[in-house]
Design a protein around this ligand. Structure first.
Ligand code: BES
Ligand code: MN
Ligand code: ZN
Length: 495
């Protein structure tokens, strides 16, 4: 889809559909009032007669409104006037997008509300529209090529000073949406197609033709040499070889410390010998969403040519039961030299991540963020609204919280107090790989914290946010928006 911005009087704009916002309780702003005046009061009269209160996302399509050049006018509820922000504006457009698609229009124009942050509103709106129109039908035999009649969306402003900002916002929004779509595609693919080797190939493909992006893949023999005993122990139970995917995006100054993103790339998690119940086990194909978000974020960064250095590290493996698989009680030695007693083979994410985190030290990163569908407990704690955030650096954690707010991709802080570390005590090794049922999300982070002492580190548990279950089962692309916003802020591309 093409997104543009235009300075125009909404009333005289020729378009198949003009979208105009109304606030809850049929309140209106100057943008609406000008349009109403052009229609000779027709719009307001419709509002008065109408049944809708125009809560967020409510819509009403009108045809042949006098005095207005558009063929259709779509009245769109934007929620409470006082609460209008990028998140609310985008939320309403997310609901309206399918309607525009079904109406068989080639293009639509959206009149910007009178007030509010025009950069944020346009960026989040583009991201929301793209997200709402996303389809995954790669695995359907009869998939018709999507009949995407909607080709162009134009944001209309009556204030010229906003135009440049809005143009940038549209570019950024599209890059973020494209990165999210890449993450969603990879995550929606089933485990028999999206294997560690497939993920590695996709990473290589992403690097093709991009001078600033270098992609390399470590094989099991390389990991053996590095002493990655924890990562390799997980992969031993699988017939698919593990891969450690490394992406280096060099958009910043040579020699400036990179941000490292480390994403769990478990392409299918059956639990291993500590096998999972069969109920909804198919959803464990999503256990690579952390890795997919790293690829999506780096893709978005490259598309925007962000002036920053970023390293992506994706440990990728399957976790299956097998004669060679980890057994409860097994003790393995991680790359850091620390030994781990594996009391539950289903706590495998931390085993592949710990070696990837130790490996990341060599890049001397300015900050490290790991992203993982790590614990079911995180879904119990925070639901599907917010990811879990923990870490060893206050300022980094705050930066990430802000990035989540600014990108409508929120996370919530959980404590990482020393007191929790006791739960990882092992009678036989340096630590156990599980800490019991209480605070499962936190003890998983405690485990990782033992491998992140040499850098500023934050951990995102995305078990609740990376995909949706039920009838609308599918990957969400989160937290690509948060991570991209974080990098944009560090690169000083946004305020
Ligand atoms: N990939 C799962 C976490 C998960 C579970 C994500 C359900 C989304 C939905 C992870 O590898 C796992 O199995 N974690 C265990 C840890 C436990 C054994 C300490 C869990 O959460 O049950
Ligand atoms: Mn598991
Ligand atoms: Zn897992």
């Amino acid at each position: 889809m093409k997104y543009t911005s235009k300075y125009a009087q909404a009333a005289s704009l020729k378009t198949p559909c003009l979208v105009i916002g109304i606030f809850e309780g049929r309140r209106t702003d100057a943008t609406f009032d000008a349009l109403d005046e052009a229609s000779g009061g027709q719009l307001r009269s419709v509002l008065r007669k109408g049944d809708l209160r125009f809560c967020a996302g409510d819509t009403q399509m009108l045809y042949e409104v006098p005095g207005i050049a558009a063929t259709r006018v779509l009245l769109l509820g934007l929620g409470k006037q006082k609460e209008l922000d990028a998140r609310a504006f985008a939320g309403a457009l997310r609901k309206a997008a399918p309607l525009l698609q079904q109406a068989n229009l080639r293009s639509a124009a959206i009149a910007m509300p009178e007030t509010g942050d025009s950069y944020g509103m346009v960026r989040e709106a583009v991201n929301a529209i793209e997200g709402a129109l996303y389809r995954f039908d790669q695995c359907k035999s009869d998939a018709e090529p999507p009949r995407h009649p909607l080709r162009q969306v134009i944001f209309i402003t009556h204030d010229r000073r906003h135009l440049r900002r809005m143009q940038k916002a549209a570019e950024h929004g599209l890059a973020i949406a494209n990165g999210s779509a890449l993450a969603r595609d990879l995550a929606n693919l089933p485990g028999n197609i999206c294997t560690p080797s497939y993920l590695a190939d996709q990473a290589r493909k992403l690097g093709r033709g991009k001078r600033k992006l270098k992609v390399s893949v470590l094989e099991e023999k390389d990991m053996q040499q590095l002493g990655m005993g924890a990562l390799l122990s997980v992969s031993r139970g699988s017939r698919q070889p593990a891969k450690l995917i490394v992406l280096e995006y060099k958009g910043g100054k040579a020699g400036s410390e990179p941000v490292a993103l480390v994403g769990k790339g478990l392409t299918f998690d059956a639990g291993g010998i500590s096998i999972k119940p069969s109920q909804a086990m198919d959803e464990m194909k999503y256990d690579m969403c952390g890795g997919a978000s790293v690829l999506g974020t780096i893709a978005a960064s490259a598309e925007m040519e962000l002036p920053i250095n970023v390293v992506g590290v994706i440990p990728s493996s399957e976790n299956l039961p097998d004669g060679a698989a980890n057994k409860p009680g097994d003790i393995v030695t991680s790359m850091s030299g620390q030994t781990i007693e594996i009391l539950n083979t289903d706590a495998e994410g931390r085993l592949i991540l710990c070696d990837a985190l130790t490996y990341t030290e060599r890049f001397e990163p300015a900050a490290v963020i790991d992203i993982a569908t790590l614990t079911g407990a995180c879904i119990i704690a925070l639901g599907h609204q917010a990811g879990g955030l923990m870490g060893n650096d206050e300022r980094l954690a705050q930066e990430i919280e802000h990035a989540g707010e600014a990108s409508s991709d929120r996370v919530w802080r959980l404590p990482l107090w020393d007191e929790y570390q006791d739960q990882l005590k092992s009678n036989f090794a340096d630590m156990a790989n599980i800490g019991g049922r209480p605070a499962g999300t936190i003890t998983a982070a405690c485990f990782l914290s033992r491998f992140t002492k040499s850098f500023k580190w934050a951990h995102l548990d995305i078990a609740g946010t990376a995909w949706t279950s039920g009838n609308d089962k599918g990957a969400t692309g989160r937290p690509v928006p948060l991570l991209t916003q974080f990098l944009m802020k560090r690169a000083r591309v946004v305020e």
